[in-house]
Design a protein around this ligand. Sequence first.
Ligand SMILES: NC(=O)c1ccc[n+]([C@@H]2O[C@H](COP(=O)([O-])OP(=O)(O)OC[C@H]3O[C@@H](n4cnc5c(N)ncnc54)[C@H](OP(=O)(O)O)[C@@H]3O)[C@@H](O)[C@H]2O)c1
Length: 315
Amino acid sequence: MNNSATHASWTTADIPDQTGRTFVVTGANSGLGREATQALAALGAQVIMAVRNESKGQRARDELLEVQPGADLQVRALDLADLDSVRAFADGLHADAQAVHVLINNAGVMMPPRSLSPQGQEIQFAGNHLGHFALTGLLLDILASADDPRVVTVSSSLHRRGSIHFDDLTGAASYSPTSFYAQSKFANVLFGLELDRRLRAAGSPIKSLIAHPGYAATSLQTSGPTGLAKFFSATIGNRLLAQSAAMGALPELFAATDPTAEGGQFIGPDGRGEMKGHPTVVRPVASAEDPATARRLWELSEELTGVHFDLSAAA
Ligand SMILES: NC(=O)c1ccc[n+]([C@@H]2O[C@H](COP(=O)([O-])OP(=O)(O)OC[C@H]3O[C@@H](n4cnc5c(N)ncnc54)[C@H](OP(=O)(O)O)[C@@H]3O)[C@@H](O)[C@H]2O)c1
């Protein structure tokens, strides 16, 4: 990974014109996804807002159109925690012969009480990782025929505290909201790096990058957590410690658009502890760079989703 690159004070003003490019942004109705949608649409991109709640999605679209009349925004239903919904979303794009240049795997939930997806997986692993894994695999052929195609997967600095609970994936034996959130964000990094290795080996033009926002004030900190964690975020964390959602969206926007960004890079904020700041290349925790763990997670993800990546179609 190239760590020499720094991007002093990179902002949305540095994004080249995006006319003619289509982005799928998961979780586009709120927080970072919404900020990314607004920035991309302002530069002429078509954005497919992939949302689990269509009325929230339509409301966000209407509000964005008030700021920017004429923005090219489509709302499509996608619940990443439900593999049937992921397949229906991908089928819809295929049926409409929809071009996609960049997939931003942005949506996420953080630290909810334990619950299971319709397919019986722990909800954070299902929505944050498995849904994005399946979605990426199902859209690979569409991406491969685009110019400068990219997949950007949004992780968190909390990936550093993660590991894959291969022997208790659903948390049936022991569940902690934080450790299962960290597991899902660790999986995002393992997946993004393994996808990069596989795409390179297949000679694919698609780049896989990873991004994290540092700490940005969004709905994330209050929609999932309960009790003290929620209270702290609502009263102190988001008001005093976090940066804005617009700043938090910059790393994923950089990964999705900057001409110098390379496959396999991890983009995060350049401030102290990677909590705030402008995008730069950062390093994941060493355990997230382990190809053996990544391969094991990949094979498990294929088994749990039934999605097998056709890398020959991605070349
Ligand atoms: N904010 C931070 O400080 C921070 C730090 C590290 C990492 N991140 C990551 O940044 C990403 C964006 O989060 P955010 O901060 O922007 O939070 P947010 O404001 O809560 O937005 C999350 C979005 O994801 C959507 N979503 C959640 N589960 C979904 C599912 N199963 N299917 C489809 N969409 C789903 C939400 O939809 P609803 O509106 O319907 O709930 C919402 O649109 C997440 O991956 C998060 O882990 C954020």
